[in-house]
Design a protein around this ligand. Structure first.
Ligand code: NIG
Ligand code: FE
Length: 406
C-alpha cells in the first residue's frame, strides 16, 4: 500500500461519464475509492491508501457540476419586473420600454470594479454550495468599452478569491445601446481588440433576438470575432425564430444557447457542425415560456449541455438540482442524460473537458459527494441539501453536516 496519495474517500458509489468518447451518452457506475494526490484524481475504484482517508459511507460521488451559462457578474435586482411579469407584462415589453437588461446596465455603470467583485462573491458561494465547481461568467451589462472591460476585469479578480474555475465570455452585444447597432459594431470591434490584448476572454456571445440584435449585425460581429480568433457562442431562438442558430453553427460556434424555437429541419445542421445546444429550462420556467426541444436535439445527434442562465432578469434559479428536475420533467431527458449535460457536456462548451467534467484518473479532483439513495432521487427531490461535501482541485471547499442527527 502506498501512502503517497494525499486523500482517499472510501466506500463510495461513483457515478460519472467517461471523457474519451466522441459523444458520451451513458454513465458509468463504480464502487470503492477515489484517491487524490495534490489537485488530481490518481485512481478510481480500487483503494490505494492515502495520508488521510475519509469514509464515504456508501454515499454517491459525481463530478462537480459545471454551469456553462451564467450572467455573473451583475449588481442590483429586478424584483419589480418579476412582479410585473407575474401580472402579464412580457420580458420583451419590459426590455423595449428601457427596463430589463438596460436597468442592470445603469447599475453596473455606477458601480466600481471592487463593488462588482464583492457583490458577486456571494453568488459564487451560492453556486459552490449547490455543487458547481466551474462556471461561465458573461459581461454584457456595460455596453461600452469602459464598463464591459470593468465586468471582465471583475471576473478575473473574482476568480482569484473564489474556489471555482471561472470561464469569462464577452457579451458586449447583449442589448442595443442608444446609438443603434450600426454605430455600436465599430465600438464592439475596438472592444474585441482590447479584450484580446488583455486576454480577458476567449469567447464572444451575442443576443440575437426580438428586441435585441438583428441576424445581419450578429453575423457580421461573429465574422469579425472569428477572424480575431475568438470562439463563438450565441443566445439564439429564445424569444423568436430567426435562423441565427444555424448561421452561428455554420460559422463554427461552439454552442447555441436557449434555442427554444429552433425548427425541426435546422437540428441536423447543429449535429453536422458539432455545435452544442446549451439548454436552460429554469429560464423557461421563470418566464413561463415553452421549453426547448431537448428530445429532438438529442435524438438528432446534437450534444446537449444544461446550464442555469442565472441572471437578475429572466431567471434567478441557480441550483443544478432544480435544472436536473426540469430537464427530466419538462425536457424529456433521462437522469443520466441530464447529469452528463450538466458535467461533461458543459465542460466541452467551456473548453475544459480535458481537465474537469468526469471522475477519472488524471482529472482535477472536482467532486460532489451526495447523501442520496440513487441518481433518480436528485431530480425527484431537487434540493442542494443532498450535498455532503464539495471538493475542488482535491481540497474540501464545502461540507454540510446539518442533516445528520446528534
Ligand atoms: O439569457 N436573453 C438574454 N439575456 C439573458 C437575460 C439577461 C437579463 O435579463 O438581465 C438571458 O435570458
Ligand atoms: Fe443568457
Amino acid at each position: 500500500m502506498t501512502k503517497s496519495a494525499d486523500l482517499e474517500i472510501s466506500n463510495l458509489r461513483i457515478i460519472t461519464p467517461f471523457e474519451d468518447r466522441e459523444y458520451e451518452s451513458r454513465l458509468h457506475h463504480l464502487e470503492g475509492c477515489i484517491t487524490i494526490k495534490n489537485d488530481k484524481i490518481i485512481s478510481v475504484g480500487e483503494c490505494q491508501g492515502a495520508k488521510l482517508v475519509i469514509n464515504g459511507n456508501g454515499m454517491i460521488a459525481i463530478p462537480g457540476f459545471i454551469d456553462p451559462h451564467t450572467h455573473i457578474p451583475f449588481v442590483g435586482e429586478r424584483s419589480k419586473e418579476f412582479v410585473l411579469r407575474a401580472y402579464g407584462k412580457s420580458y420583451v415589453e419590459i426590455l423595449k420600454n428601457g427596463g430589463g437588461i438596460y436597468s442592470t446596465v445603469e447599475k453596473i455603470r455606477s458601480s466600481s470594479r471592487k463593488e462588482l467583485v464583492e457583490e458577486n462573491y456571494k453568488y459564487a458561494r451560492w453556486l459552490l454550495k449547490s455543487g458547481v465547481t466551474s462556471f461561465e461568467c458573461k459581461s454584457g451589462y456595460g455596453l461600452d468599452l469602459e464598463n464591459e472591460l470593468k465586468q471582465l476585469r471583475a471576473i478575473k479578480e473574482l476568480s482569484k478569491i473564489v474556489s471555482q474555475t471561472l470561464i469569462p465570455t464577452f457579451l458586449g452585444a447583449h442589448a442595443v445601446p442608444k446609438q443603434g447597432e450600426n454605430k455600436y459594431l465599430q465600438e464592439l470591434t475596438t472592444m474585441l481588440k482590447e479584450i484580446k490584448n488583455e486576454s480577458l476572454s476567449q469567447f464572444v456571445d451575442v443576443f440575437c433576438d426580438e428586441g435585441a440584435f438583428s441576424v445581419e449585425f450578429s453575423t457580421e460581429l461573429f465574422k469579425r470575432a472569428k477572424e480575431m480568433g475568438f470562439k463563438l457562442r450565441a443566445h439564439a431562438e429564445e424569444l423568436s425564430s430567426n435562423g441565427f442558430a444555424v448561421k452561428a453553427s455554420e460559422l463554427g460556434a461552439v454552442s447555441v444557447d436557449h434555442i427554444i424555437k429552433i425548427k425541426d429541419e435546422e437540428i441536423p445542421i447543429l449535429s453536422k457542425n458539432k455545435t452544442t445546444a446549451v439548454l436552460m429550462p429554469a429560464t423557461s420556467f421563470y418566464l413561463k415560456t415553452a421549453y426547448a426541444p431537448a428530445r429532438k436535439l438529442i435524438d438528432g445527434g446534437v450534444r446537449v449541455a444544461l446550464g442555469s442562465d442565472f441572471n437578475p432578469g429572466s431567471n434567478t434559479f441557480y441550483s443544478p438540482f432544480f435544472t436536473l428536475h426540469l430537464a427530466v420533467n419538462h425536457l424529456g431527458m433521462s437522469p443520466d442524460e441530464a447529469l452528463i449535460a450538466h458535467t461533461l457536456n458543459a465542460a466541452h462548451v467551456l473548453g475544459i473537458s480535458k481537465s474537469v467534467g468526469t471522475i477519472e484518473a488524471g482529472k482535477q479532483a472536482d467532486i460532489v459527494v451526495l447523501d442520496a439513495p440513487s441518481l433518480e432521487y436528485l431530480p425527484y427531490m431537487p434540493t442542494n441539501e443532498h450535498i455532503r461535501m464539495v471538493l475542488k482541485n482535491g481540497r474540501k471547499v464545502f461540507e454540510n453536516k446539518d442533516n445528520i442527527p446528534g
